[in-house]
Design a protein around this ligand. Sequence first.
Ligand code: NAI
Length: 350
Amino acid sequence: MLTLLASMYLVTQALSSQAEPIRVVVTGAAGQIAYSLLYGIARGDVFGKDQPIVLVLLDIPPMLPVLDGVVMELQDCALPLLRDVIPTDKVEVGFKDVDAAILVGSMPRKEGMERKDLLKANVAIFKTQGGALEKHAKKTVKVLVVGNPANTNCLIASKSAPSIPKENFSCLTRLDHNRASAQVAMRCSVSSDKVKNVIIWGNHSSTQYPDVHHAKVNAHGGEVPVYDAVKDDAWLHAGFISTVQQRGGAVIKARKLSSAMSAAKAICDHMRDIWFGTKEGEFVSMGVSSSGNAYGIPEDLIYSFPVQIKNKSWKIVGGLPINDFSRAKMAATAEELVEERDTAVEFLSQ
Ligand code: NAI
């Protein structure tokens, strides 16, 4: 009897020490990024190994049968943290009470489609989803936009959810950040964790500026500036930058599909840093709201900056010296974003 009571006590203790599940929605959940991403989230890579999760999978009506397959696979993973999986094509169900929203689904470019038409289609999607976040999500929700054009889609979602702080919205440039770190690491023959503080400035497009002026490599027991470790300024000013800028295209050319495994990994890195903070002395790249006070970048853009995160709040790393080479590249990508924003905002008001 005593043993029974003791084991009942232990079970109650174990159950009561477990946190309440958080609700996480992934849109585009029947797509290829989601297929790599959902397992990472469900097994605790993002929100912690003790955090139970309810996963909500949102996609469009024709993809519901595919979602059923994804649900079955998630169930078959037998993951202890995964408390429920909810497939849906309805935004009011998808965004209900969510703590985190990862917006992956967007309208892909179809053959013969003009850039403007693509933007218009995406404004419609992110206006609807922003509106649904406004109505149904927790006000503390953290929203990560991945679907392209990620920066502008993020801005539209944020503008469509005015009661959620705009600081809660960010877009993914972590894949570009990881690509830049990996390029430098390979060049220096070190593992990628030995490279820190690379920066992606601006748009998640080919105008982005991968900058290593403030980055360090940990080699031979000490930290050295990347320029000293690589010892090839010509490569850092040209080949390195274009490789990172064009990497997405290179993957498509080789794989006949866009980056998915690496995008999913970057999404996990980004959201985990929001949830748990960045390491002391390190910063990461993230598309966040520009207030007009940092590095001369115009306000009202979602622009990728170096950020540090503490208590689920990001702060742009200030005071980094910027040379003329960098300034010109930072301005060029800002200009592209201003143009994209102005067109998107016109569609938003239609
Ligand atoms: P995919 O085509 O395999 O999947 C997209 C999914 O989104 C499809 O299942 C589709 O039905 C769904 N979808 C479309 N409209 C939707 C809506 N209104 N609501 C919910 N779901 C919707 O595409 P993939 O490879 O998963 O990529 C998704 C997006 O991520 C693309 O826009 C891609 O360009 C972008 N991307 C962004 C990266 C970044 O670093 N920011 C990196 C890689 C991809």
